[in-house]
Design a protein around this ligand. Sequence first.
Ligand code: MN
Length: 243
Amino acid sequence: MTISADFCVPPPAVVAVPVVGSSQLFPVHRVYCVGRNYEEHAKEMGFTGREPPFFFLKPADAVVAVAAGQTGRVHYPSLTRNLHHEVELVVAIGRGGRDIRAEDALDHVLGYAVGLDLTRRDLQTDMKKQGRPWCIGKAFDESAPMGPITPADQVPAIHSADIELTVNGQPRQASGIDRLIWSVAETIAHLSQAWTLQPGDLIFTGTPEGVAAVQPGDVLSAHITGLAPLQLTIDPPLAALDS
Ligand code: MN
């Protein structure tokens, strides 16, 4: 079929993430994120760690896909003086649905990846204090770097995997996927009550304790057992642009 629509500005490109062992790409539809899904991180942010899951979104084009063996680059974002790393397990949805039962949820997972929920912590904290949306703290450009997606059948032990992040070779975050307050299956069940999940959706499942600031020039290395690691450098801020 030929698409003959005549757009008044160029339509946005599809954001695509490589799939390990395949020449096919995963097209990103939405990026869902889970807040406070590890008890020790919830505590370091001043909460009990026992509340129901809650969600926020990033735009699809916040994803910076980094191929296996490559070092990704993101720019230090504007407006912040406190850019935080949050290493997270990312779930790639291959089959959509609504009101998905937890016992069926893993059938909807295409694969898993290592991601970073980069956060302008100072702006997020200001918005929280004022009861305003978190968008400016969470949903900025290049705020969701991630590695390639490994098909789920290649990582049967993902639910007991280790998750860790180093910055310039120094350990910053280390935990286990088995310490998620809400498991991958439970998260999909909750999320699909609020939105109809679609093929192409990504879910950043939350970060363990140890979040801290990064600076331009830092090298971040994120690992989850069984997945392709994510290596990332922080570049200086972008210059002004009038396109
Ligand atoms: Mn997060």
